[in-house]
Design a protein around this ligand. Structure first.
Ligand SMILES: C[S@@+](CC[C@H](N)C(=O)[O-])C[C@H]1O[C@@H](n2cnc3c(N)ncnc32)[C@H](O)[C@@H]1O
Length: 206
């Protein structure tokens, strides 16, 4: 488990699944380990968002996509389905990264099974983003762990949200300057809007 500053004094104890930065009191969200506070926030945001297309960037086996896709409209799930891209400078501290190339690779068919109604798109963010023609998103969930794709996805989706749409990010820590949290904090500083937060979930309402 990583500490809030990002150092890991006990790397051997780090969880190997997508809940790698998990605080200790865990529940589940679509099969994924989360805290009760994070679970409640995620469900509430899905309930409060307007009607319209939804998108998740970082799907893995589709646990959260299955929940996101429970609505009558379009749901898009974007993932490399080959795990992480090569880590960048902002994914590494002291020569170590929790998210090396290929980590969290999962077959696309698992995600399709978990979210049969979702349209899946295979490719790496940011390269795949121009292939997405939809906009006016009602809900966007960003869960890619690394700095570069998280920042690119935030910059891409920000101007493509419907009024009242929810942009929700996973893996946020207030004092972290690397990995997804670093991107979320840099993006927030850039737009001058502090996100609302619950545990590792951080979100803005468009
Ligand atoms: C933490 S998992 C997602 C977990 C999922 N949202 C859930 O709760 O079940 C991270 C996912 O992001 C994907 N990913 C990481 N970097 C990516 C990138 N640059 N482009 C596309 N997918 C990426 C990985 O393949 C992995 O499936």
């Amino acid at each position: 488990m990583l500490l809030q500053g990002g150092r890991s004094p006990a790397r051997s104890q780090a969880r190997r699944g997508p809940g790698g930065d998990l605080p200790r009191q865990a529940a589940t969200l679509g099969g994924r380990l989360v805290t009760p506070q994070e679970h409640a926030a995620f469900v509430r945001l899905l309930k409060q968002c307007p009607d319209g297309p939804r998108i998740e960037l970082g799907v893995f086996r589709g646990a959260t996509l299955g929940l996101i896709a429970k609505h009558p409209g379009i749901t898009i799930g974007v993932d490399s389905f080959a795990g992480m891209a090569a880590p960048g400078k902002r994914d590494t501290k002291d020569g170590w990264t929790p998210y090396p190339l290929g980590r969290l690779s999962a077959p696309m068919r698992d995600a399709q099974r978990a979210a049969p109604k979702a349209r899946l798109l295979k490719g790496f963010v940011p390269d795949i983003l121009p292939a997405i023609t939809e906009s006016g998103f009602a809900f966007a969930h960003l869960d890619m762990d690394q700095y570069g794709p998280t920042l690119a996805a935030l910059q891409w989706v920000w101007g493509r949200m419907a009024p009242g749409g929810v942009i929700c990010c996973d893996d946020w820590f207030a004092d972290r300057d690397w990995l997804a949290a670093g991107a979320i904090n840099d993006f927030a500083a850039g737009i001058g809007r502090i996100p609302e937060t619950a545990g590792r979930k951080a979100w803005w309402i468009a």
